[in-house]
Design a protein around this ligand. Structure first.
Ligand code: TNX
Length: 537
């Protein structure tokens, strides 16, 4: 980045010096001290108590220190109570204080650094703060600024979603994406694995899901909705084997990120129906979607085979994901086919249902019962409210906040993900200068202004809003570089919305703290959107 860029964006200001304290998300309490802790070839990282998990966290910090300073501190098990001077000490403190599982304290003094937490997860999150106190680009003789931090998150669900159906991304890239989440102290990765345009997870009992459903004959070129749609006629697709899924889940777990898989039902199922047309109302045949939008052909709710199939699929999916919660989709399921399907109509009658919306509710409740029986809970898009919410289901509110508000009032957990504030598939700069995208305009400042807890809820109802997430639908995002472009830096704003107490949010301060963050993105080789601050390239 040249000086010219800085001049354009920030008047004549110079970039902040390396010693600037610029942590994102902003910690709950940060008190600057005097002096600094120098990283030297003698610096060691002590971890206590001695165990593999803490050692791994120490190793990851050591790796980051190496990246920033060229010095790789050895990781050493520390005897309890002993605090060697001149080193970095990671320790588990007595449980049951106010820090919770994810909180930590960090004390940087000239003589030593002490990072403490109740749980390893808190320690790991604290190392992400240390990482941001280090220079973004490798600097020999670097130091950490003296300070005291007490920190813990505002929300439990700090999520980021990725649609790998409309476009497919390699496991290597998914891991890179998870790294960006970890840097931002996010703790949930919502993996949208199935949709009309491709089924991306290997299911051994139904191999055609991926051999057939994993590939489409071509992809729409240009905007959805053009009078004469054009296709590139290039076969496109891919899928993850169960081994690859396990690898990604483990990778995320090591970074204290829960992977929530999404298996879409009853809608957005065209890829599955292409592989197994007998699960539709008409019997097909079908083609894996080449166009975006919503398709009328969905899983048949009148057909017992549909339920057996989905239960089999979930039986294979559940053991791959330690997450207690599984996403079952539920959005945009047109009732066109169910209206004319004799079996669906017979089901409506037999179950004394009012209409097709109640049939969808019946569908979701049946799946919920199955999942609850296996010790899992479900979350679905806010359409699952229609026709009656399943008894234990959580709701992901995407069509504004209304669905989430209704669910919270019914004492159901809610994750807020309203399109207006957190759909990262929308353009983030002047739309006429940005790559082809969908949905509208969502600049960084608007993401930053997002408030996940609706003020109209009572104090008791607010507890059901467990957090929020941003979604990245990839209809118009064909490459890894473009994924990075759409997510960065908006992810930084989202992270602060979800971690930092509302009264500490400050857009002006955020903008200043973003400057070293940009350098960090550059050092990671990330294609972040420089346009987000209207910085000339
Ligand atoms: C709506 S958000 C969808 C997705 C699309 C997205 C495009 C949601 C639950 N469904 O299928 O990709 O709009 O912004």
């Amino acid at each position: 980045m040249s000086l010219g860029c800085w001049a354009t964006a920030y008047g004549q200001q110079a970039p902040p010096s390396q010693s600037t304290i610029a942590v994102i998300p902003q910690p709950v309490r940060l008190t600057p001290g005097t002096g600094s802790f120098a990283i030297t070839p003698n610096t060691k990282i002590y971890v206590g108590p001695k165990n593999d998990e803490l050692r791994r966290i120490g190793q990851s910090l050591s790796h980051e220190v190496m990246r920033a300073t060229g010095v790789q501190p050895p990781v050493v098990a520390a005897a309890p109570g002993k605090q060697p001077a001149g080193s970095i000490y990671l320790k588990i403190t007595a449980p049951a204080d106010t820090l919770g599982a994810e909180g930590y304290t960090l004390s940087v003094q000239t003589a030593q650094v002490v990072l403490a937490a109740n749980q390893p997860q808190g320690l790991y999150l604290g190392t992400q703060t240390i990482r941001q106190l280090l220079p973004a680009q490798r600097t020999a003789g670097a130091s950490l600024p003296a300070l005291e931090i007490v920190d813990k998150p505002r929300y439990n669900w700090r999520g980021m979603h990725l649609d790998v159906s409309r476009h497919f991304f390699s496991t290597d890239f998914v891991k890179k994406y998870i790294n960006y989440l970890a840097l931002h102290k996010m703790n949930t990765f919502h993996w949208h694995l199935t949709d009309d345009q491709g089924w991306r997870i290997e299911i051994k009992k139904y191999p055609k899901l991926t051999t057939v459903g994993g590939y489409r004959e071509g992809t729409l070129i240009g905007h959805y909705g053009e009078k004469v749609p054009r296709y590139d006629n290039v076969r496109y697709g891919g899928f993850y084997t169960q081994e690859q899924i396990k690898e990604v889940v483990k990778y995320a777990q090591d970074r204290y990120i829960t992977v929530v898989p999404e298996i879409e039902m009853p809608g957005h199922a065209l890829a599955a129906l292409t592989a197994y047309p007998e699960l539709s109302c008409t019997g097909g045949p079908f083609k894996v979607g080449q166009t975006w939008g919503v398709y009328d052909d969905i899983f048949c709710a009148g057909n017992e085979q549909t339920f057996a199939f989905l239960q089999d699929v979930l039986t294979e999916v559940m053991p791959l994901f330690p997450s207690k919660i599984v996403h079952i989709g539920g959005d945009e399921a047109p009732k066109t086919r169910w209206k004319t399907c004799p079996k669906c109509q017979a089901r409506i009658k037999a179950e004394h249902l009012q209409d097709e919306h109640e049939l969808q509710s019946y569908f979701v409740q049946r799946m919920e019962k199955f999942m609850n029986g296996k010790g899992k809970t479900i979350i679905g898009w806010d359409e699952i409210l229609e026709g009656g919410l399943a008894p234990n289901a959580a709701v992901m509110s995407w069509r504004g906040m209304e669905g989430g508000i209704a669910a919270a009032k019914q004492k159901h957990q809610v994750v807020m993900t309203p399109g207006e504030f957190v759909y990262f598939d929308h353009a983030q700069g002047d739309p006429s200068l940005e790559p082809l995208s969908i949905g509208g305009y969502l600049p960084l400042e608007k993401v930053y202004s997002f408030e996940p807890t609706p003020p109209e809820l009572t104090a008791a109802e607010r507890k059901y809003v467990i957090g929020a997430q941003a979604n990245l639908w990839t209809e118009y995002i064909p490459t890894e570089q473009q994924v990075e472009y759409m997510v960065l830096p908006r992810l930084s704003a989202l992270a602060e919305v979800l971690w930092t107490p509302a009264n500490l949010k400050n857009w002006e301060s955020f903008k200043v703290r973003m400057q070293p963050q940009y350098q960090r993105f550059a050092a990671l080789g990330a294609n972040y959107a420089k346009s987000a601050f209207n910085v000339r390239q």
